[in-house]
Design a protein around this ligand. Structure first.
Ligand code: 13P
Length: 340
């Protein structure tokens, strides 16, 4: 695969008014989501839920790509069409999560290292054959007392760089996701400081590993105070701090940045994205790659019941549309009541 083809896929993932649906929850994470609607996490229930999302009428206009988990990439619609084929036919790029999770980092209590490099080259060849054209690898950085240490940041940056080159070798666009968690009690300023350091180290290793920046997408956190922080930030402060950080750290050669939602409410995640785009022009496309912020309402509207199927699809459509507007800076909070 040449870099021009990788770059065309990367640009299509961040095309105007479109963003990514992260539906790559591992089997243990989706079980936690299903527990909230008291639904058993069987392979068939997971298949039904994913088909509901992927076939939501109208949502395709705003969704450029879907990230799947290994099991989902191999599943089919009720009519027997493999999900990656079904999505591609509807103009949506199929994607696959390829890391095997964040594991405790030896020697550094409280810190993690994302694993999954062993055998990755062979897995990527198979994923490409199954139709995947982009991938995701999530590194996790927690903020707490005495953490993160530079070693943990650098080890995770190295993992991201090695993953990204293997993807590009296989003709797959890497989504590079270094997530600074919002779980702690830290301030917005501390989140900004850590996010700057993490992105600085990540781009240093991507460059050293000869990753083609034109053929990747960055998936960062927004700069927000920790959930347990007494500090409350305004949407404008979040947008300003996040943009300041990205402008300092992300080369203009990167075609696009697609945020994770990270535990923000669906409305906050949409509003923050819109404010940033309204502050343009920006050197890269800025869009969404949300999991919870796109799925939360759809999951509860569905409720695991056939009777809720079309309400679930409608709920996904509404959030996809509002985020599509946010990706061009045209979303207003007042649209929430009239959107449904
Ligand atoms: P959230 O938007 O729920 O954070 O999920 C996005 C994702 O893919 C995390 O890896």
């Amino acid at each position: 695969m040449n870099t021009a083809e990788l770059s065309a896929i990367a640009r299509s993932l961040v095309a105007k008014s479109r963003g990514i649906l992260a539906a790559d929850e591992s089997t243990s994470t989706i079980k936690k989501r299903f527990d909230t609607i008291k639904l058993e996490s069987t392979e068939e229930n997971r298949r039904i839920y994913r088909e509901m999302l992927f076939s939501a009428p109208g949502a395709q206009e705003y969704i450029s790509g879907v990230i799947m988990y290994d099991e989902t990439l191999r599943q089919k619609t009720k009519d027997g069409v493999p999900f990656p084929i079904y999505l591609a036919k509807n103009g949506i790029v199929p994607g696959i999560k390829v890391d095997t999770g964040a594991k405790p980092l030896a020697g550094f209590p409280g810190e993690t290292i994302t694993e999954g490099l062993d055998g990755l080259r062979e897995r990527l060849v198979e994923y490409h054959q199954l139709g995947a054209r982009f991938a995701k690898w999530r590194a996790v950085i927690d903020i707490g007392s005495g953490i993160p240490n530079l070693y943990a940041i650098e080890a995770n940056a190295e993992g991201l760089a090695r993953y990204a080159t293997l993807c590009q070798e296989a003709g797959i666009v890497p989504i590079v996701e270094p997530e600074v968690l919002m779980d702690g009690a830290h301030s917005l300023e501390r989140c900004e400081e850590v996010t700057n350091l993490v992105l600085d180290r990540v781009f240093a290793r991507l460059f050293a590993a000869r990753v083609s920046l034109e053929g990747m997408v960055l998936k960062p956190n927004m700069v927000v105070p920790g959930k347990k922080s007494p500090q409350k930030s305004t949407p404008e402060q979040v947008a300003e701090a996040t943009l300041r950080t990205l402008k300092r750290q992300v080369p203009a050669a990167v075609p696009g940045i697609a945020f994770l939602s990270g535990g923000q409410s669906p409305v906050d995640a949409t509003q923050h994205l819109s404010l940033m785009n309204a502050a343009g022009p920006l050197p890269w496309a800025l869009t969404f790659s949300y999991g919870r912020a796109l799925q939360e309402n759809a999951l509860s509207a569905w409720g695991g019941k056939p009777a809720g199927y079309s309400s679930g699809q409608q709920a996904l459509f509404v959030r996809a549309k509002l985020n599509g507007l946010a990706a061009v800076g045209a979303y207003k909070r007042a649209m929430e009541s009239s959107a449904a």
